[in-house]
Design a protein around this ligand. Sequence first.
Ligand code: ZN
Length: 475
Amino acid sequence: MEVDWLIHNALVLTLEPGSAPIPQGYVAVKGRQIAGVGQLASQEGVEERGTTAPGCSLAGEGACPTSPGLPFPPPPPARHLLDAQGALVMPGLVNTHAHAAMVWFRGLADDLPLQPWLQDFIFPAEAGWLDANRVYWGTLLAAAEMIKGGTTTVADSYFYESECRRALAQAGLRTVTAQGVVDFPAPGIPDPRDNLKVAAAFVESGADFDPDLITSTIFCHAPYTCGPETLQQAKAITRRRGLPWFIHLAETRQEVEELQQQQGLTPGVHLDRLGLLDELTVAVHGVWLPPEDLELLARRGVKVSHCPESNLKLAAGVAPIPELLALGVRVGLGTDGAASNNDLDLMGEMSLAARLHKVWQRDPTVLPAAQTVALATREGAGVLGLADKTVTLTPGKDADLLVLDLNQAHLTPLFDPYSHLVYAARAADVRHVMVAGRWLLRDGELITLNWPEIAGRIRLESRDLAAFCRNLRSL
Ligand SMILES: [Zn+2]
């Protein structure tokens, strides 16, 4: 069988549970799927258009008849080769929570308490400056940044989400895209009575997109911005269709204390009484969940998106991630929006998560490197309900992968690739990115997006945003 691409000579991490790194390995891609993973024999050559080791099938073969000592079959003939000598090939990274278009607000207002940050900058800019077209262009910028950093899947939640979806589809990223819902006027929804109508229409129009790449669903902003009826109706729309449903939960101590004072309930019990906790619910943040809520989330099969950089920058706190993992809760990593991060870099998120929980628990064995890499990949795919489809390099799964250049001073020497990925690698080390068999990045260059056009547009219009904010301050 001839495959389309053979990426060879690489150190391959399949990230299948219990798998070991494969030195001098190869990954074969046919159409949109992984066709095979294996190891080259010592100095085995590969050539384009099918001249290598005929007679070996790929997946499922134990030993190869032409190389009986090898645990893997030899590489298949391929139409195209990518020699990845000195590089690492692994599944792409999964961002379980982002507000992509908020890249417009990157560095616009930093080092402020949460409420002035929101009330004086973010909310006025969203209400008075952002529009559908700017959401589209902001999301293109975010997509460029994510692809360059090795992200292949993103769960995006915002307003004007149909524009976000259009941009992410254009970029070729795998996406779980969720229309935002709040019970007050929001960008694109001046009358909050329309919020669920807009969300339902957004979910319905998801049928126009490739269902294997794009999932369209709903994000309720938080229990303190969405009333019980709104939460229940939104959840009903997504539950009927078996879709993940997102909500910010227990991000700040203040919101948890207010809920306790007003209703005498913890956030988890509040949502549980409304029937909202199940295996399709993704709780974002969970910083201030009390121990009884952690057990409740575990019992209901709720998933958690952990966004440590955002939590630290806004001084929200440190989420009880080791405790959730010990209870068997599935956890993925997220960047949150670039206004509170200030980038969409999952390499940085891995590095921070692993170090943060060590110091917080005063235990350097907490969140070891291999587990942290799993949170940013396989576990993240599980949080989004995509584990059967992608994010291990397994024959039959979609080929979502990155190629990272190990030939760097800061990655030399190499003893443990998981260690390097978490503690030393940078987003800029990513050289190639593929989603569903399609290259999105080659040699560090974007393939599906026009970077000069995006950068020019954003730089020009950001002057207008700066002027808008100057006017706000002079009011
Ligand atoms: Zn968020």
